[in-house]
Design a binder for this molecule. Structure first.
Ligand code: TMP
Length: 252
């Protein structure tokens, strides 16, 4: 059998050519990186959890009319997605101060923000994904003013949805990052949510204890990353509450 074509390999995922034109297969690796890959590890099972969680979030968004690249899950680590032209920006929405915002503005981690704040970073690993303004985005042609308005609206709808879903299971959505892609319907373009939505790209804190249930567990060496992600998956009903490690079993 011919080997399928690899289109792109990133730090946490690989994209392969899909079975039909306009589709890709997105493979979730177990690799975890932080601080622009200065810290690296392989966390067994992370890819499986993120594949399931991203399916769950993208499916929920589709159900409320937010367009995403997700088509269907193929297996434990792979999903079929629509090929998009990725806009080279990370779109971040923050509800509370944490991470780079807390550091940049000298805010205490956890400080409530007056309203959700949307930020853009230019996707360039060599530069460490620098924060950019709307002026930069338009001047350098990464997106138009209309795209920007659409991206902000999309990001805020994702924030409302994710905040609500998480709140329902006792988790606070502190912030998250999404990537957005263009698809073409004839001469018309539409923007859709792409990449992934998972605890790799969100900050999630337990409402009662403040326990971190996201990639900060890896960034800050706070314990088992798969335990944290499994907890999120169990609460959302993505994994059975009594989930045990998946082992091959004999079927009688
Ligand atoms: P930050 O506080 O480090 O700027 O991160 C903001 C949010 O974006 C946080 O939820 C983690 C997520 N994020 C990514 O998904 N990828 C990245 O490369 C970085 C730096 C952050």
């Amino acid at each position: 059998m011919a080997r399928r074509k690899k289109i792109y390999e990133g730090k946490a995922k690989i994209l392969y050519e899909g079975p039909e034109p306009g589709t890709l297969v997105q493979y979730f690796k177990d690799d975890a990186t932080a601080f622009n890959a200065q810290k690296k590890d392989v966390i067994e099972g992370k890819g499986v959890l993120n594949n399931r969680l991203s399916e769950f979030f993208m499916g929920g968004l589709a159900a409320i009319g937010v367009p995403t690249h997700f088509i269907r899950r193929i297996n434990m680590r792979e999903q079929l997605i629509r090929a998009v032209e990725i806009i080279p920006l990370e779109v971040i929405v923050r509800n509370r101060a944490a991470g780079s915002l807390a550091k940049r503005l000298g805010l205490e981690e956890g400080t409530a923000l007056p309203r959700p704040i949307v930020e853009f970073c230019y996707k360039d690993d060599k530069l460490g994904d620098p924060l950019v303004t709307e002026e930069h985005i338009i001047a350098f042609g990464w997106a138009s003013q209309q795209d920007l308005d659409d991206m902000i609206a999309l990001a805020l709808r994702v924030n409302d949805f994710l905040s609500g879903v998480m709140h329902g299971v006792g988790i606070q959505l502190v912030d998250f990052k999404i990537e957005i892609g263009r698809v073409w319907d004839g001469d018309y373009q539409r923007l859709i949510v792409a990449d992934e939505i998972s605890p790799d790209s969100c900050r999630l804190w337990d409402v009662k204890t403040g326990q971190k249930l996201d990639k900060d567990v890896f960034r800050q060496d706070l314990g088992s990353l798969t335990d944290a992600y499994s907890e999120v998956a169990k609460r959302l009903g993505v994994l059975p509450a009594q989930a045990t490690p998946i082992k091959p079993t004999l079927i009688n």
